[in-house]
Design a protein around this ligand. Structure first.
Ligand SMILES: [Fe+2]
Length: 347
């Protein structure tokens, strides 16, 4: 605290240089090292913004611009900002002058001729108060950054739990447990090829692996069925979208909100014949359109208990055939452009 007080930035404003020098000597004798001054009240606004003084010693009777005017200016600059004390110095001993200074926002008042001991005491009191405000603000900022870091950790932990839940759901029909991971990476590559900004690409890559988390709510008899599902069973199967969206929906974690969007819309079709809502075209969120392509390609090119894996070329043909029907043609185009540079990007 002591160091903070003696290193405080002090600004002296007095039109008479002799007065400035008197104050400078008093302050120097007290160990203050960071003292600036001006004889021109018009400069106070600029200096205040520039050096952010911890204390202003302000003469009240000056030509061109009075101390009162300066006080008004300072009140505007400091509106809502940290407590910045102004110590008014004047040779006007009247009560009226004092009242005006208080009303103008001065924190203390000294009459000339100045008594060095009084200057020392008032300056110290005001600076100590200012420093306590600064310490409080720093403490709050520190607290805020720690809360932010903690919140990020909690979000990460929550995501990890959900990734595991998604893997648990996936293990039931894919014992390698790699499908969700690949869909995340592929969706990220498609998003990149669509020239989304890197932050959005990252969000899609992180949200996409959760697309089928709702399968946790589908009975084995339906999920693992090797034949064609009955109409009734297919209706149950479709609910994995809304179950996933319910599990993921979050108002306070935006990434989970995106994951919920993906879970809900990754089986919508471009032409409106998908499920669960039958959305068409741009009404299907881009995240859902991207994951639809990544998910389908991955499902086609890997085996499941009920089907053989297709070679990549055949899967490309299938995506091309369904472009404009199931899939957004732009998304299929982006997928094929990445695949053209190396199919290993998706397998
Ligand atoms: Fe799905």
């Amino acid at each position: 605290m002591e160091d903070r007080v003696t290193q405080a930035r002090i600004l002296i404003v007095d039109d008479e240089e002799d007065n400035v020098q008197v104050l400078r000597r008093i302050l120097a004798a007290e160990g203050y090292t960071n003292v600036s001054s001006t004889n021109h009240p018009e400069e106070v606004e600029y200096l205040t913004r520039e050096m952010d003084p911890d204390l202003i010693l302000l003469d009240i009777i000056m030509p061109r611009m009075s101390g009162q005017d300066v006080l008004r200016q300072l009140q505007q600059i400091d509106e809502g900002a940290l407590y910045r004390p102004v110590l008014v110095l004047t040779s006007d001993h009247s009560r009226q002058a004092q009242r005006e200074a208080w009303a103008g926002g001065a924190k203390d008042f000294l009459t000339k001729p100045l008594s060095p001991s009084e200057v020392r005491q008032r300056v110290r009191n005001l600076l100590e108060t200012r420093m306590l405000y600064r310490i409080l603000r720093e403490h709050n900022e520190d607290l805020e950054s720690r809360v932010n870091a903690r919140t990020a950790e909690l979000e990460e932990a929550r995501l990890q739990i959900l990734y595991r839940l998604a893997r648990a759901a996936e293990y039931r029909d894919d014992d390698t447990g790699q499908h969700t991971k690949r869909v995340g990476l592929s969706a990220g590559r498609i998003a990149e090829a669509l020239a989304l900004d890197p932050y959005e690409v990252k969000r899609i890559r992180m949200a996409a692996p959760l697309h089928d988390v709702g399968k946790i709510g589908i009975p084995d008899s339906i999920l693992l069925s090797s034949g064609k599902l009955s109409a009734a069973d297919f209706e149950v199967m479709k609910t994995h979208c809304s179950i996933g969206a319910d599990l993921l929906s979050s108002e306070d974690v935006p990434l989970l909100g995106l994951a919920a969007e993906v879970a809900l819309t990754h089986h919508e079709w471009w032409d409106g014949s998908g499920y669960p809502a039958g959305l068409a075209g741009d009404a299907v969120p881009l995240s859902g359109r991207i994951v639809a392509v990544a998910d389908t390609f991955d499902a086609l090119t890997h085996s499941r208990p009920y089907k053989q894996a297709w070679p990549a070329e055949r899967a490309f043909d299938e995506l091309t055939r369904l472009s404009g029907q199931a899939f957004d043609p732009d998304v299929v185009g982006a997928f094929l452009s990445v695949a053209a540079s190396g199919v290993e990007a998706f397998v």
